[in-house]
Design a protein around this ligand. Sequence first.
Ligand SMILES: [Zn+2]
Length: 337
Amino acid sequence: MLNPQLRAVLEGMPKAELHIHIEGSLEPELIFALAKRNNVSLPYASVEALRAAYAFTDLQSFLDIYYAGASVLLQEQDFYDMTAAYLQRAAADNVRHAEIFFDPQTHTARGVPIKTVIDGIYRACQDSPVSATLILSFLRHLSEEDAFATLEEALPYRDKYLGIGLDSSELGNPPEKFARVFARCKELGFRLVAHAGEEGPPAYIETALDVLKVERIDHGVRCLDDAALTQRLARERIALTVCPLSNVKLCVFQHMGQHNLLELLDAGIVATVNSDDPAYFGGYMNDNFIATFEALPLGLSHAQRLARNGFTAAFLPPAEKQKFLDEVDAYFAAAAV
Ligand SMILES: [Zn+2]
């Protein structure tokens, strides 16, 4: 059992969430409500039947259900409602800043215009008290050509997202498959991130850095298999957006007690805690913090470091970043009394 005082500190501390797929925040209740509103038939009889299907064995078994859930999103208001629901939930966990991934190809492939997707998500971000920015992610199981076409379609709305990411099935889809499109995105001035080293090998983390020129690695937990890479990540202050509950749910680690978050911190890496696909993996930000602190020998100083890391690694202007870091430090100074 987690010490109640530490638990309260974790719940109340200001947080930045840097690894959240907005489509992964769709709760079964909202999936059913949107299916009804849009007359979409689902291959599940009820909310309970859908939730019961969330028994994943690996990344692919999750992705299959995740894409089925996203099929109910058709109108701008659907994207708005999904994003507003996430931001409301995040605010309840004291998330002050969120950098939200969205996967346009999941929707454009079903005939939904990219403008509908971006406008709905963006409008909800504007209406929220949480500071929220967007990262357009390419699906890596699709071709680089498809990613280029998506970028072209999205460019008229480029003032509404600040970064480019790479997600979906990692194994067999190494970062270098997207070398040219990421080079183009860098030229265009976007902030760059990529999923690497979740199920894939440490070599994928290296090519994400060296070929795609990303500034942050999403997941990256397998870096510890390579001592030189681990040292490099620490030395170059390259942040990892770690998602503990996701890692356990997708069997990257067998149980939370085996998670390497503490080893990452001890290696000097700027590790952060995030929820990934909270509706599917059993928890939002506070659930992730509580589950890791329950299972691992982590204390108050780790909590402060993780909270600071989230804002340090955020794509925020320096003054805004400092304001959040000061807020974290003031919170912990008060908590220590
Ligand atoms: Zn992810």
